[in-house]
Design a protein around this ligand. Structure first.
Ligand code: NAD
Length: 335
């Protein structure tokens, strides 16, 4: 039985990943460390709580003693690191927790893993040679695009918010543990995820919730900001592939080739709700434009060719199929 440490597994992507990975990989035991900040929700994991190959530990990735204790107890073969402060708006108001968790927390995990797995630089302890550290990052580290172009793994970093700057810093720390110590690291940078179990504060759950409650649906600025939308299960499949087959020291971009602006998204969700949960007037009447977020990046779009060509990944959902599944899930949650 292999043993891996998942961090931040009570959050949106981590919780989707744990259910998916446990189901597909019967020879793995997962330990999930999560601080259960406002963003973590233990009920996201209800389907795995009773699984004998799953263990939950409430704790902080910045707590060195705890992380060391877990390595000594469970002898991890790998780490998949999701834990982060992840909401850009919160990073504008309170950047300090972003630096602590995203930068220091990543350093802490890397350093404990290195000491547990490695004898010295470029020398793994016997039996630990294939142990690996997979860091989950974001396309926001690349900054903002104009109307044209895509982010590739070679695009220079240009983070614009305290959130993306803290993620960029953590990516550089991961990179440095490969180049300095020869540690087996992998990084994936993904685009905007959507799907079941996302926190209520994020765009798509907010649109659905406000719509069915009959409240105003807030859209930043003119709604023209573009994101490349990735269905969370497609992301989980990409992470599994990279974790198992990725080349150490490499970065892989994961994106859905589904660029949509916020206006399209809100209209699309309203149209689906008009069909499946009709009322007297269209949900579109509730759309309301609010003051834009400071420094709001105009466009992100990912070129995932490397992951597709090298490891054979392909997004299975487009936005229109993924959003249908997503709306159905949130309707059950909010009703
Ligand atoms: P999330 O905010 O839903 O979940 C983060 C989880 O980390 C929460 O369960 C929280 O309790 C936990 N956590 C926070 N601080 C912690 C700490 N100090 N110690 C232990 N646990 C802690 O985030 P998400 O959307 O699931 O994102 C997961 C990862 O993917 C993040 O690293 C994020 O940067 C990255 N990412 C997310 C998206 C997206 O669209 N959601 C896009 C690109 C990259």
């Amino acid at each position: 039985m292999k043993s891996i440490l998942i961090t931040g597994g009570a959050g949106f992507i981590g919780s989707n990943f744990i259910s998916f990975f446990l189901e597909n990989n019967k020879n793995y035991h997962i330990v999930n460390i999560d601080l259960l900040t406002y963003a973590g929700n233990i009920s996201n994991l209800s389907e795995v709580t009773d699984n004998s190959r799953y263990t939950f530990v409430q704790g902080d990735i910045c707590d060195r003693d705890l992380v060391e204790k877990l390595f000594n107890q469970y002898h991890f073969n790998g780490v998949i690191h999701f834990a982060a402060e992840s909401h850009v708006d919160n990073s504008i108001k309170n950047p300090d927790t972003f630096v602590r968790t995203n930068v220091f927390g990543t350093f802490n995990l890397l350093d404990v893993a290195k000491n547990y797995w490695m004898e010295s630089s470029n020398l793994y302890k016997k039996g630990f040679e294939n142990c690996k550290f997979h860091h989950i990052s974001t396309d926001e580290v690349y900054g903002s695009l104009g109307k044209e172009g895509l982010f590739t793994e070679k695009t220079a970093y240009a983070p614009n918010s305290p959130y993306s700057a803290s993620k960029a810093s953590s990516d550089f720390l991961v990179r440095s543990y490969f180049h300095t110590y020869g540690m087996n690291v992998l990084t994936t940078n993904c685009s905007n995820n959507y799907g079941p179990k996302q926190h209520d504060e994020k765009l798509i759950p907010t649109i659905i919730r406000k719509a069915i409650k009959g409240e105003k649906i807030p859209i930043y600025g003119d709604g023209k900001n573009i994101r490349d939308w990735l269905f969370v299960l497609d992301h989980c499949k990409g992470i599994e592939l990279v974790f198992k087959q990725g080349e150490f020291g490499e970065t892989y971009n994961i994106g859905g080739k589904n660029e949509r602006d916020n206006l399209y998204i809100v209209n699309c969700i309203c149209e689906i709700l008009d069909k499946i949960k009709p009322k007297k007037t269209s949900y579109k009447k509730q759309i309301s434009f609010v003051k834009d977020r400071p420094g709001h990046d105009f466009r992100y779009a990912i070129d995932a060719t490397k992951l597709e060509k090298d490891l054979g990944w392909k997004a299975q959902e487009n936005f229109e199929t993924g959003i249908q599944k997503t709306i159905e899930w949130y309707l059950k949650k909010y009703q």
